[in-house]
Design a protein around this ligand. Sequence first.
Ligand code: ZN
Ligand code: FE
Ligand code: ZN
Ligand code: FE
Length: 265
Amino acid sequence: MPADYHTHTPLCRHAEGEPEDYIDAALAAGVTEYGISDHAPQIPEPFDDWRMAVDELPDYFQWIERARKQAAGKIPIRCGLECDWLTGCEPWIADLAARHDWDYLIGSVHYLGDWDFDNPKWLGRWAECDVDAVWTHYWETYAKMADSGLFDILGHPDLVKKFSHVPAGDLDRFYEPVIDAIAASGSVIELNTAGWHKPCGEAYPTPRFLELACSAGIGLVISSDSHAPNEVARDFPKAIALAKAAGYRETILFERRQRRTEALV
Ligand code: ZN
Ligand code: FE
Ligand code: ZN
Ligand code: FE
């Protein structure tokens, strides 16, 4: 089973479980590596209510140490962060990157302006907006995140579809420019299985996006985005089949921000 690199901890205030339970789940699932990538601190603080604070980073490293102890050398435990791509965030990402010997950084677009559009709390805002315009804004933002070159992995590519707000017509008009940007950046994307459990009922990204990404030579990781131990490596067999159908034959492993490939089995 591929590595599961996108997983959370209770420090983000919306995940639950002990490190030992996450690791037991990872070992039971048979993943080759387990990586922790909780929602990164964001300044100015307090920024929102779904991430750790800067002064909680030591607690985060302690949590990861407990995970490592539980794994007892059976599988490598990798250390990362899921960072938010925000206008003007580059110096802060560089600051975070220098604070630790991370194995990888994930970049995610959860915010369009001041709107964390994937937060169920603000679901009402979707009713007032032009879906086509939101999609245009989202994918332009995503392409800029890719262009920054600051991230090893780009998270849940089409998260914007989470609540099933999808423009009419051929969506390649959104996908093609961003695929070019990602391919040029050298960052890899993730196939994030959490989408299967959201209103959209589909993994992120959609199969068509995955096909385009594979043709463009963009690397892939498979991740669960687990916020509870029973979500670790969730739906991985289904995700592997989807990745293979899109043309993928391997996934990427990260250690100290260096990569290797692993056959997709
Ligand atoms: Zn989260
Ligand atoms: Fe996310
Ligand atoms: Zn995430
Ligand atoms: Fe997440």
